[in-house]
Design a protein around this ligand. Structure first.
Ligand SMILES: Nc1nc2c(ncn2[C@@H]2O[C@H](COP(=O)(O)OP(=O)(O)O)[C@@H](O)[C@H]2O)c(=O)[nH]1
Ligand SMILES: [Mg+2]
Length: 398
């Protein structure tokens, strides 16, 4: 699972990416996977089941702090998009490859309206962030429609002759984009096109289909970034304009500053919190003290910098992920080495327990016998959908 950060240049994508992937040692998901410059690992919070037991856990891939697990999520920062990108403007199609692997997008906009479509700074309020959300949706749709259009007539006639269903044909065309058969089914049901006669589809039909496919397969959430420079009323207004796509105020810059200050030991701050403490005010220079005062006021006004909650709403509400804790001993919730609740993974809600077994280890999936719920001690069959927050043991043939 991977979340893509998209948007035009200069809106704060890299700042957001850097903030989200700056995890202090006590919450870093480890071991680190290999990270490329624009790819990183962020984390979402989930209550650690160790609290139910009153025994501390032994974190492996997902750190635990004060009863909260920080579950890893892959993040990709995509190059800035400009209108006309699908025709090769700006960095053009290059970014589109990066987008294809993302399961959903966080679109960053400059909520102050001071960045033009090419990323140049212009007077505050001269740009409309909701228009930007519109054209970015258009760019994505043109891109997907472009992929469908390639040799469409010939290919579709061939598919019709061979009796290949349009679903199967579309799945084949779009597999590289991580678009599931379920999303294609939904799109074919909902798109206003004549699904019985694909060979008669026009480029406009393909564009309509692409839009619905994207809506079904790649959910988007908007970060109303630079909220440190707008009023809370303006944020509400913008969210309403951008609906039905959910939008939330963020200050990526404030979050990055706070995470850096926490790393340097200047503040005690946990991402998503509404406040922070300064353990030793005498260590602060006067400018640092002033900057921290401003950050306190910002947190008070918005409830948080918005950054951590944004990622979590993307992962849990838009991408419908749930956290699972695989263990090897369902009574003690330990692995073979006696470590309690070592790992935490994200899987789509409703994932059958056998698919969870595959996630843990291919062999566990292949030799799956049953799973056992660590709380109820009930046996679960292969197709049983995993419960959110489940502690489960996978029983496999040796
Ligand atoms: N005021 C304010 N400025 C921000 C915020 N986030 C980013 N910036 C500034 O916006 C500019 C562009 O940021 P950057 O992350 O490089 O944008 P990108 O081109 O979208 O990756 C930089 O000067 C940042 O410091 C924010 O939350 N508030
Ligand atoms: Mg950037």
């Amino acid at each position: 699972m991977e979340v893509g950060i998209v948007g035009k240049p200069n809106v704060g994508k890299s700042t957001l990416f850097n903030a989200l992937t700056l995890l202090d040692a006590t919450m870093a998901p480890y071991p680190f996977t290999t990270v490329k410059p624009n790819r990183g690992v962020a984390a979402v919070r989930f209550p650690c089941p160790h609290v139910e037991r009153g025994t501390p856990c032994t974190p492996g891939n997902a750190a635990c702090r004060n009863g909260v697990r920080w579950v890893p999520v892959a993040l990709v920062d995509v190059a800035g998009l400009v209108p006309g990108a699908h025709e090769g403007r700006g960095l053009g199609n290059q970014f589109l490859n990066d987008l294809s692997v993302a399961d959903g997008f966080v679109q960053v906009v400059d909520a102050t309206g001071a960045t033009d479509p090419e990323g140049s700074t212009v007077p505050v309020g001269t740009q409309d962030p909701s228009e930007e959300v519109g054209w970015l949706g258009d760019e994505l749709a043109y891109w997907v429609a472009g992929l469908l259009e390639k040799e469409f007539d010939r290919q579709v006639r061939k598919a019709e002759l061979e009796g290949v269903k349009i679903e199967e044909y579309l799945e084949r065309r779009l597999t590289g984009l991580k678009i599931t058969p379920a999303a294609i089914q939904t799109a074919l049901r909902e798109a206003p096109i004549d699904r019985a006669h694909p060979s008669k589809w026009t480029p406009e039909d393909l564009l309509r289909l692409a839009r619905v496919v994207l809506d079904a397969a790649k959910p988007r959430t908007v970060a109303l970034n630079k909220c440190d420079r707008i009023s809370t009323d303006r944020a509400v207004e913008l969210s309403e304009e951008i609906r039905p796509i959910p939008a939330r105020p963020t200050s990526a810059e404030a979050e990055l500053t706070l995470r850096r200050a926490a790393k340097a030991g200047l503040v005690a701050y946990s991402p998503g919190d509404a406040d922070f403490q300064v353990p030793d005010p005498s260590r602060l220079s006067p400018p640092q003290a002033r900057a921290l005062e401003e950050l306190k006021a910002l947190l008070k006004r918005w409830g948080s910098t918005g950054v951590q909650p944004l990622l979590e709403s993307m992962v849990f509400e838009r991408l419908h992920q749930v956290v699972v804790f695989p263990v090897e001993d369902e009574s003690h919730w330990t692995d073979t080495k006696g470590r309690m609740l070592p790992d935490a993974f994200l899987v789509p809600a409703g994932t059958p327990v056998r698919a969870v077994a595959y996630r843990v280890h291919t062999e566990l999936g292949e030799h799956f016998i049953r799973a056992i719920d660590g709380r109820t001690h009930r046996a679960l069959a292969a197709d049983h959908p995993v419960d959110p927050g489940a502690v489960i043991r996978i029983v496999a043939k040796r």
